[in-house]
Design a protein around this ligand. Sequence first.
Ligand code: 8Y4
Length: 281
Amino acid sequence: MSVSRLRGLLAEGRAIVMGVLNVTPDSFSDGGAFLHADAAREHAFRMLSSGADVIDIGGESTRPGAAAVSVQAEMDRVLPVIEVLRRETDACLSVDTSTPEVMSAAADLGCDLINDVRALARPGAVAAAARSGLPVCLMHMQGQPGDMQLNPVYRDVVAEVADFLAGRIGVCETAGISRDLLLIDPGFGFGKTPAHNLTLLHRLGELGVLGLPILVGLSRKSTISKIVGDSNGTAANTLLVGSVVGAVLAVWQGARIVRVHDVAETVAALKVVQAVQREGV
Ligand code: 8Y4
């Protein structure tokens, strides 16, 4: 498996689990570039052992209020991790970036997927993605990370997300990116209230009209924590359970890839979904 690892995974017909690998100073203790890469490598291998199919490697925090990251800093965080994982595993590797220079460098290192929460909106991103020849996940976001949660408003959140994604698909096709390289993602939590997120999850199947694989990231997001509450703390694992249920509901409605933190638990839950879908273990 090497020319198109992602295509091979999707062809298996089961739901694919993407493990989140953050390579930001806030996620691993700030002990220098080597320690970052080393801690990230360990975490990636733990997720692969737990059954992750894809590792999503990101060096820019999109949390509201997070500091902007220079192109060089993003490169320095992400590329060494991609390099070491490409050398040491045959797993499908995804780069979580909006930066064209990072897309190109990651592709040169053997990365398998571009995951862009800005849907290739940055100048040069469409061209870099096209040149890479890689699959691209186009995600919907209303506003920008700094202001997206201030007052998100929609007439019809599902219709507007679908229209936005259709437009970005068109832009990609015009730039020579084949439609069969594209994935779509409604962007849970990106410029959405909890009610918007719940409407999107309730009606996720409607995005199927776009005819592309759907990727979903609900893991540990604030809509889940608002529902389950955090008063039980970590002892009862409420956020984990809520996140796993979110993944199950998404896959039940047709999502092909779930982006998660808790890989082992999600893999187990999705085995149950698949057994029901196939009416057999
Ligand atoms: C706790 C943990 C609270 C994580 C919030 C978060 C998505 C994504 C992110 C997504 C795709 C996040 C990079 C936000 N979310 N990519 N990236 N889809 N395709 N927040 O939903 O995980 S980062």
